[in-house]
Each structure stands twice: as structure tokens, then as C-alpha cells.
Ligand binder design. Structure first.
Ligand code: SF4
Length: 374
């Protein structure tokens, strides 16, 4: 099984915290879509497996027109072996989701929307420089629900000056909208972002780990009482609504990354396209793939497995580790794991080891302690 990820590198405006690859030069969109279309064709021999997920990420894929989406998907369907019940997700921003746009999207094969709400409160949206207001956040979801059943929304916590009460209210509003999936991330301050400069100049309060940890605890409690399963650190779904795209990625399945900056993975080889729109377009127009590749060493592959799996409810399996990477790593884990089990941070369930509730917020640190360093 495989997935196809398509990166749409345009946004109306730059969110202050964002370090993804995008440009606000929207006039280049038709040329970019033509290049992405061509890359889909140029790489059709790379994936022979059945494609079970297609994911339009970005940037802001909801800037694509219905016709642009149709052309890209038609080309994928004609040139790849797409499953009948493939999950086809489009990331969308609330300000793009007019009723008319949602209706148009529902006439394409897209069957899942991931809506970048981030917060239902005006002060948070302004601080982050989001392009939508709180009213658009609400109406876009209400309207989307008339045409789509599989909807996820993104929410950000740990925003400076966001009280526990306001975070709880955000979650209450999200739950009242009855969407089956929520992804929630702590605000992080990336280098070279406007947010970093604003904090340095004292215009915004620093991001506080203790606040993020308190919000994460509230998130866990609220979502669990509402019947959501925290199947991955940042992802909460009702049964049958877990993201197939992300799950396949965590399970180490192949995916093709199309578009500037898109990453891919196939049989131990990681690849990524150039993060520069003009360079990407020029290379593709000249029938060149602007791609770099790296073959993962067995240590890197094992470390990556531990990092991604410990964030999930499926955890790490010694049987699988032996099969994928060899006995050396199992012996290593058998020595290291008891320390974390004693501290109540990891627990054993049958053949798998998972992070406990107490260990969850520390899962990245625990994973790096279990890395195998040669
Ligand atoms: S809309 Fe998304 S990709 Fe674009 S700037 Fe904002 S966070 Fe980044």
C-alpha cells in the first residue's frame, strides 16, 4: 500500500509561527499546477503498489480551483493504481470555504477535509496572523458538514496569554460542532519566523512549556471524555475516523511526495524536492526531478521507528523490530526499557510497548533516550 502527498506551496498571507514552504505570489499558481501535473506523470513508475491515500497539503491547497483539483486527481487515477475506497484529503483554510467552494469540492473525489481552524478566538487568530476570523472558523465547519462526513480540524494550544479556560472553551466549541477528528499541536517558535522576532522584541510573551503541558492535559481529558481516541500524540479520532494518510506514514509505508519541498519515502530511501518554487518549476519544465535522496542506515531507520511509533497508541513491537532491523536493537531495548517501565513512563501490552498517560507529554524525549547511537 502506498500514499501520494501533493504540496501546494501558496498561502494568502504568512502566519506568524509558520516555517512550512509556501509563497504568497498566488499569480504563479497555474504554472505551479502544470508543473505538479507533470511531476505526477514523470514519477508514475516509482510506485507500483496500490495507492490508498492521496493528501493535498501545504501551503493552502484550498486555493486550488475545482478544475485544478480534478485535473491532478484524474491524472493520478489514470496513471496509478488507486484503491476504490482511497482516502483523499484536502487541507483547507476557513476563509476559502464558502458554501459554493465546499459544494464544488464535494463534486471532486475529495472525501476528507482537514480544516486549519487553530483557534475560535479572535485574539489568538490575530496574534498568529491567520487569514480567517472566528466567525469564518465556525461557519466553514457548519457548512462543510452538510457535504462532508469525514472532517478534521486543527487547533493550536500553548498560545501566549491563552488561559486554561480559553483553551477549554476552544475545545468545547470544537466538540459542539461534532467533527469526528481533531489534530492539536503546541505552538512552537521556529527560527526565522515573525513569532520568534516578536518574542525577541518583547511584543509577544514567550511560549511557555508549562502552559503547553497544562493545555495538553486538558486536551487529553476533554477529548477522552468525549469518546475520542488519542491514537497519536497530536491526533484524536472517533473510531473509523483515524487519518489513513498519517497512520500509513507512521507504519512506514511508502509515499510519493509531489510538489516543491514535498518529502517521500520508499523502501528505506527518503527523498525530498527542492524547497524553491521557481527552481522546482524550471527543473520540471526541463523534465528533471529536483529531488534529493538519502538511504537510511539501519540505526537511522530504527531511531525513526522508535520516534514515530512511541507517539502512537500502537507503540513499538520487539518482534517487528527484530524483523525489520535485527536482533541487536532488541537486545539494546531489553536493557533500556525496564528503566522507563519502573518510572511508569512506558508500559507493556502483550508484544508492544507504549507510552503511559504520564509519559505522553515526554514521549519525544523518551524516544530519543531509546535511540541507538553507534
Ligand atoms: S496557512 Fe498554513 S502553510 Fe500557510 S502560512 Fe499559515 S500555517 Fe503556514
Amino acid at each position: 500500500m502506498a500514499g501520494i502527498y501533493i504540496h501546494i506551496p501558496f498561502c494568502k498571507q504568512a502566519c506568524h509561527y509558520c516555517d512550512f514552504h509556501f509563497s504568497t505570489g498566488l499569480n504563479k499558481q497555474p504554472q505551479m499546477v502544470a508543473a505538479i501535473h507533470k511531476e505526477i506523470l514523470l514519477r508514475k513508475e516509482e510506485i507500483k503498489e496500490e495507492v490508498k491515500t492521496i493528501y493535498f497539503g501545504g501551503g493552502t491547497p484550498s486555493l486550488l480551483t475545482k478544475d485544478q483539483i480534478k485535473v491532478l486527481l484524474d491524472t493520478i487515477y489514470k496513471n496509478y493504481d488507486v484503491s476504490l475506497n482511497a482516502e483523499i484529503t484536502l487541507e483547507a483554510n476557513p476563509d476559502d470555504l464558502s458554501l459554493e467552494k465546499i459544494q464544488e469540492l464535494s463534486q471532486t473525489p475529495i472525501n476528507r477535509l482537514s480544516i486549519g481552524v487553530q483557534s475560535f478566538f479572535e485574539e489568538d487568530l490575530q496574534l498568529m496572523n491567520r487569514a480567517h476570523n472566528h466567525e469564518e472558523a465556525l461557519t466553514s465547519i457548519r457548512e462543510a458538514k452538510k457535504f462532508f462526513d469525514n472532517i478534521s480540524i486543527d487547533l493550536i494550544y500553548g498560545i501566549p496569554d491563552m488561559s486554561n479556560e480559553r483553551w477549554q472553551q476552544n475545545l468545547d466549541i470544537a466538540l459542539s460542532l461534532e467533527v469526528p477528528h481533531i489534530s492539536s499541536y503546541a505552538l512552537t517558535v521556529e527560527p526565522k519566523t515573525a513569532l520568534k522576532k516578536m518574542i525577541e522584541k518583547g511584543k509577544v510573551a514567550p511560549v511557555d512549556d508549562a502552559l503547553a503541558a497544562a493545555h495538553f492535559k486538558i486536551l487529553q481529558e476533554v477529548m477522552s471524555s468525549a469518546g475520542f481516541i488519542n491514537y497519536e500524540f497530536s491526533n484524536f479520532g472517533k473510531p473509523d475516523y483515524f487519518s489513513k494518510n498519517n497512520t500509513a506514514y507512521w507504519m512506514g509505508e511508502s509515499y510519493l511526495g509531489i510538489g516543491p519541498s514535498a518529502h517521500g519515502y520508499h523502501q528505506g530511501v527518503r527523498s525530498w524536492n527542492v524547497s524553491n518554487n521557481p527552481k522546482y518549476i524550471q527543473a520540471i519544465e526541463e523534465n528533471q526531478l529536483p529531488i534529493e535522496k538519502e538511504t537510511l542506515s539501519s540505526n537511522d531507520a530504527y531511531n525513526e521507528y522508535v520516534m514515530t511509533r512511541l507517539r502512537t497508541m500502537w507503540g513499538i513491537s520487539l518482534l517487528e523490530i527484530e524483523e525489520l532491523f535485527g536482533n541487536k536493537y532488541v537486545n539494546y531495548l531489553q536493557k533500556e526499557l525496564p528503566v522507563f517501565i519502573e518510572k511508569g513512563l512506558i508500559k507493556k501490552n502483550e508484544n508492544n510497548y507504549t507510552i503511559t498517560q504520564n509519559g505522553k507529554f515526554l514521549s519525544d524525549g523518551i524516544a530519543s533516550d531509546l535511540f541507538y547511537i553507534a
